[in-house]
Design a protein around this ligand. Structure first.
Ligand code: SF4
Ligand code: SF4
Ligand code: SF4
Length: 394
């Protein structure tokens, strides 16, 4: 069996206990039964065997996954483990949750199925995340309590944060301090927001101005390089960009893969198959089909004209817009859903293009400075990763 790994974003429930303003999901009461999960996973694994792909990573998302009971996941893990073993495949599981429904009842399944690690979401300042019928302050309070409870049980909590207009105004230093020094989060990723799904006042502010995003991200990278890089704090996407520009193995976010449709697929609780969660939740015209209506997943994908358009996008952008870009081999035109949610077509480059170029240039310079430092005799070493020169450390 090959060594390639495929990613499946699986939404076993479309219910959610939150009501975030920029959510792109059409929340419903649909849930995946274990009987249907068996059918789904058999088709996915058979497809991987046919493509000589040796591993599957399942990213469990919702809705909110913790609206299902932990016992459902324990049985799902068993079912998937047996199906994978029968085909000689390896499966890893990742959990994305808002943590609102977390209680110690989840500890066993988080340990055995998810490697004692969860990924969750919090913005700072939080303007848009809230529980149903509550305000953002309540969300912060409940989230902080649940995250502390989980960490007390030894669970590693990684955070995804999305900057809003107030974040950009507040600046990178306060943002970093809040996550790392106040909340003691040692691993977080900053994603760019996009106006996916039905429009509303919060989404109409998107996308943010590229210059403001570039300023915030490059300042945040500098704060991290100065205060967290050497002490094991991980901040994405800076850590992986640094790897990339240092010619080290890098696990870059999907927005910068050559063709995300080659590596990722999403299936929701009703069996709809699409490129990722935003497509499956918001754009039914862009579904590839339904896994419960096909003989094999391979046949479903082979006859999907929508999928064919995803495959055509990178080359179309290279030919038209990105050919002269220094970062083409890294960025490939950026994310299809970010382009679509702003321009209404797949065949435009990512609206964050200018911001990406600034960030790539900044991280390339940082990688070069770190490489020069590593090559210097130790007694002469300073820490100029931010462009400021610190006193010698020893
Ligand atoms: S927690 Fe996620 S699915 Fe639920 S409302 Fe917020 S963004 Fe949407
Ligand atoms: S459309 Fe964008 S977010 Fe979705 S899988 Fe592709 S690159 Fe990732
Ligand atoms: S940075 Fe812009 S021009 Fe360069 S590959 Fe990405 S989208 Fe295309």
């Amino acid at each position: 069996m090959g060594t390639r790994v495929f990613s499946l974003i699986l939404l076993p429930t479309l219910q959610c206990n939150a009501d975030c303003e920029y959510c792109f999901e059409d929340k419903t009461n649909d849930r995946l039964s274990l009987e249907r999960l068996q059918v789904l996973i058999d088709k996915v694994l058979d497809h991987l065997v046919a493509r000589d792909i040796g591993g599957l990573t399942i990213h469990w998302q919702g809705g909110e996954v913790m609206t299902l009971p932990p016992s459902w996941f324990a049985r799902a893990e068993d079912l998937i483990g047996r199906a994978a073993a029968a085909r000689g495949l390896a499966v890893n599981h990742y959990l994305q949750t808002n943590m609102i429904g977390y209680s110690p009842r989840w500890n066993d399944v988080i340990r055995t199925m998810f490697g004692n690690r969860v990924s969750t979401s919090l913005d700072y300042p939080n303007l848009y995340r809230r529980r149903l019928g509550k305000d953002a302050t309540d969300y912060n309070t409940v989230w902080t309590h649940k995250v502390r409870l989980a960490r007390t049980a030894g669970i590693e909590v990684q955070v995804i944060a999305v900057p809003n207009a107030a974040t950009l105004e507040m600046g990178a230093e306060r943002f970093y301090s809040h996550f790392v020094e106040t909340l003691d989060i040692r691993s977080f990723q900053v994603n760019t927001p996009f106006p996916g799904g039905e429009s509303n006042p919060a989404k109409r502010q998107l996308p943010h101005d590229s210059e403001a995003l570039a300023r915030f991200f490059t300042e945040l990278a500098d704060v991290w390089l100065e205060r967290g890089y050497h002490s094991g704090v991980r901040v994405g996407p800076f850590d992986e960009l640094l790897n990339y520009f240092s010619s080290a193995p890098a696990l870059l976010p999907c927005i910068w893969t050559d063709d995300c449709a080659n590596h990722i697929l999403c299936i929701d609780a009703r069996g709809n198959v699409a490129q990722c969660d935003c497509w499956v939740a918001s754009y039914p015209d862009y579904w590839f089909g339904n896994i419960f209506d096909c003989d094999t997943l391979g046949a479903l994908l082979a006859k999907s004209q929508v999928l064919e358009r995803f495959h055509q996008r990178p080359m179309a952008l290279v030919a038209r817009e990105c050919i002269a870009c220094d970062y083409l081999a890294l960025c490939h035109g950026g994310c299809p859903v970010r382009a679509f949610s702003v321009h209404g077509t797949l065949f435009e480059k990512d609206p964050h293009c200018a911001f990406y170029q600034s960030l790539f240039g900044h991280m390339a310079s940082a990688a070069a400075r770190l490489a020069r430092m590593a090559a210097e005799p130790r007694a002469c070493r300073v820490v100029p990763v931010t462009g400021r020169v610190s006193p010698p450390s020893n």
